[in-house]
Design a protein around this ligand. Structure first.
Ligand code: GDG
Length: 477
């Protein structure tokens, strides 16, 4: 078996004895792949240094080597807070209005990718498979090639890929995509993002795409495919039994006082549709006054990327909106929104999912969305809750038994909440069984096995055959 090297912006250090309880499913799955092959996880340490030295901090635990490097303040401003999170993140989520185009960001992004490549170079041995993760590191493979690396290198994009015309809003877009052709395999979350990439290559680069997803541009040939990421479904069987999970369930049960619980869990990010969600929920309370006092929305939204201005803006807008809705509807013994700006331990989160009757997951767009899958995995099979999911989440292509909604429509959110809260037990069970079968089957271990098998050249990528949610029979609008 070839050794695996994973390269990502941040490294999630393996925890030998935690059983994964405090790590996300992605870290668990990649950690398992690394442990099997005695592999290396490489990336930025998250630390700042005055002057970049390229000196690695190397440690070894549970059969996995982690190798990290510190970056300079200017690198972090231009590469991480700049090009990655103020240019590519909004653009890839169709928010060209929020994307900032600054030539210093672009230069910093290329410089850091080059620094990471030259730092990682001594780690690479001839038979290693290299797997680069996400939009921070699009040109890393090309940088490694320029330094003489001939290993098989794969890339996986966790976000959407934007429609071709939007992509052309990015200065030097062609140069960026050309650099991606240095990979042997490029993976996307869904067929939609894969098709957008193919369309770009055909329209902008005069490339061709064959039925197996092989992209050819002049002398470059790259395999592409859809590899929908999943969760470690079995992990939730364990998480749900932990003390933190039981405590969280007790807290919710005691404080809900018989009321129905509607849960949302999202990083505080403008892509997650929180403003539209709160407005849709406020509309529901107006349209269905009989539900006032009988339900509440528990929104967990840990802050993220606080250094980026647009994230400060969304935070203050949500503070104001939740205050207005609570001011309009609250009574001495009932508050309609419990809005929590803090992160919960993973087992506690599992307990919150389990004690909630409805999950309201309405991103405006999302590469996949793992929260929807985690909610399903945490349910009690005898009395499962109902998942309301945005039709613009990548997960909607697989999770067609959820109530799929247009997240921009407050009417659609209101109707879906009314349907979910009144749904009879047999329908909840039927939908949950179908959703759970998908979550168990298309899990995160299968995702990385499929990707690595395609990267190693053992089989062609598994491309999903799915019903499109826009014409799915469970769409509510
Ligand atoms: C990107 C793509 C794609 C959230 N709050 C807490 C907490 N979380 C965890 C959830 C979940 C993860 O964060 C969020 O994952 P998502 O998939 O929902 O969203 P992004 O962070 O935007 O992830 C996305 C994903 O990459 C994977 O490819 O699905 O489309 O945008 O695991 O549980 N975890 C803990 N406490 C919290 O309060 N412990």
């Amino acid at each position: 078996m070839s050794r695996l090297i994973i390269m990502s912006n941040r490294v999630s250090a393996p925890k030998a004895r935690s059983g994964g309880a405090s790590q996300g499913g992605l870290a668990v799955a990649l950690g398992a792949a690394l442990a099997e092959s005695g592999g290396v996880w490489f990336g930025w340490s998250g630390e700042v240094t005055d002057k970049f030295t390229g000196r690695m901090n190397i440690s070894r635990e549970a059969g996995i080597t982690t190798a990290t490097v510190d970056l300079e303040p200017q690198d972090i401003d231009e590469y991480y807070n700049g090009y990655a999170n103020r240019t590519l993140w909004p653009l890839f989520h169709y928010r060209v209005d929020l994307a900032e185009f600054d030539r210093n960001f672009g230069a910093g992004y290329e410089r850091v990718n080059q620094r990471l490549a030259s730092t990682a170079l001594p780690l690479i041995e001839p038979d290693d498979l290299i797997w680069v993760q996400d939009y921070h590191l699009l040109p890393l493979g090309d940088q490694l090639r320029q330094m003489g690396v001939v290993n098989r290198i794969g890339f996986f994009l966790h976000t959407p890929w934007p429609p071709h015309r939007l992509m052309t809003a990015l200065p030097y877009h062609r140069r960026l995509v050309e650099s991606m052709l240095a990979y042997d395999l490029i993976g996307f979350q869904t067929e939609d993002w894969l098709e957008s990439f193919h369309h770009y290559v055909e329209c902008e680069m005069d490339g061709t795409v064959d039925a197996d997803g092989i992209v050819t541009v002049s002398d470059r040939v790259v395999l592409t495919g859809a590899f929908p990421i999943g969760i470690d479904a079995a992990e939730f069987d364990d998480l749900i039994t932990r003390a933190d999970a039981i405590e969280a369930q007790r807290t919710i049960r005691d404080s809900a006082n018989g009321r129905k619980v509607i849960i949302g869990v999202d990083r505080l990010d403008y892509t997650k549709g929180l403003i539209h969600r709160f407005e849709g929920y406020g509309h529901f309370l107006e349209e269905h006054p009989d539900w006032q006092h009988r339900a509440f929305l528990l929104q967990i939204a840990p802050p993220s990327r606080g250094e980026v201005h647009t994230y400060e803006m969304i935070r203050s807008e949500l503070d104001g909106l939740s205050g207005r809705i609570n001011g309009q509807f609250a009574h001495v013994d009932w508050v309609p929104i419990r809005y929590v700006n803090q992160s919960y331990p993973r087992a506690g989160l599992a307990g919150l999912y389990r004690s909630s009757d409805v999950a309201l997951i309405t991103p405006l767009i999302d590469g996949m969305n793992l929260v929807a899958k985690e909610y399903v995995a945490a349910q009690d099979p005898d009395d499962p809750g109902v998942l309301i999911l945005s039709k613009f989440a990548g997960a909607a292509l697989q999770m067609t038994e959820a109530l799929l909604v247009n997240p921009y429509s407050k009417d659609a959110i209101s109707d879906a909440l009314a349907t979910a809260l009144a749904m009879p037990l047999d329908e909840r069970q039927r939908r949950w069984r179908a959703l759970m079968a998908g979550v168990s089957n298309d899990n995160v271990h299968r995702w990385r096995e499929d990707f690595l098998a395609a990267l190693a050249g053992k089989e062609s990528p598994r491309t999903m055959i799915v019903k499109h949610p826009l014409i799915g029979k469970h769409s509510l609008d």
